[in-house]
Design a protein around this ligand. Sequence first.
Ligand code: FMN
Length: 186
Amino acid sequence: MSARVLYVIVCGAPPARDVGLLVRRAQDDGWDVCVLTTPSGRKFVDVADLKQLTGHPVRSDYKNPGEPDVLPSPDAIVLAPATVNTINKWGAGICDTLGLGVLVEAIGKRLPIVAVPFTNQAHAAHPAFPENIAKLRSWGVTVLSGPDVYPLHEPGTGSQYLDLFPWALAAEAIDTQALKAESHES
Ligand SMILES: Cc1cc2nc3c(=O)[nH]c(=O)nc-3n(C[C@H](O)[C@H](O)[C@H](O)COP(=O)(O)O)c2cc1C
């Protein structure tokens, strides 16, 4: 039996540089991991390293019409780090990046999804952000955010707190959600 496929979708925020921690952990848990980034997220990661680690190309843009898919279809998705921008666009159903296209479709497919936002207190205080997190949760997405998960930092200080980003929690959460989904299917 082939391994279940996990898409890790990475946005443009500093914890992205450590996404390999999640990839390795998920691989240890039996996932075939594919990394996708938003166009902004691509600037924050080491694409060559991630390609070598996963054995898959790191995709950031839609393919051209008529081209074949280069990645297997996802069974589950982790969005981490999730920017305010991508959370708000996802809540509105916007698909103007490949990552958002996959995420919007995944709600319709009812795939297990875990999202882990990373932002500062001021960015997070815009009313659209908590509204969209609430919407995403109501649609079945597990959003790991709040003071118990990651206390929001002051603007301009995020790089000091990268070690607090909850990669292990994200890996545990997607394993739990995927198991739940499997037990509903059988
Ligand atoms: C150095 C740097 C750090 C950033 N940190 C964050 C962050 O922690 N959280 C966030 O939501 N946006 C952050 N941004 C802004 C996003 O990169 C920007 O909103 C971008 O449009 C996000 O695109 P995406 O959602 O498609 O990845 C940062 C940008 C830069 C250049």
